[in-house]
Design a protein. Structure first.
Length: 121
């Protein structure tokens, strides 16, 4: 509206314009407040996502340590198996030695399978 048109309006019409402008301002302020809330929610979600990523990285470190310990344990079993086989071979014949090796190999393969299942889970 031009200045001339505004000057020609009476008081009632001017007040109606002011009221409509006030309603528009209230709507815009409400929209702005809602948008700010949504933005804060998104910022919080982004922050939480970062925290979740950090936690998963820490957990993966724990799993890596557990894997190292499991590998060390398995290696010690394999080393001890060789020592036990040597000790038992001096006491028993060749037949019993072969059967013990098969049993120990089966135990080791079971341990490896179990470990793989736990890692996969």
């Amino acid at each position: 509206m031009s200045d001339k048109q505004l000057r020609k309006l009476n008081r009632k019409e001017l007040l109606e314009i002011l009221v409509s402008q006030a309603k528009l301002i209230e709507e815009l302020e409400s929209d702005l407040e809602n948008t700010k809330k949504e933005l804060n929610d998104k910022k919080l979600k982004i922050k939480e996502a970062g925290s979740i990523a950090e936690a998963s990285m820490k957990l993966s470190g724990i799993f890596e340590k557990a894997q190292e310990v499991a590998d060390q344990y398995l290696n010690s079993i394999i080393e001890n198996k060789d020592i036990l086989v040597l000790e038992s071979s001096s006491k028993k014949g060749k037949e019993s030695k072969k059967s013990e090796l098969k049993v120990d190999d089966k135990m080791i393969s079971k341990i490896k399978k179990t470990r793989r299942r736990k890692i996969a889970a």
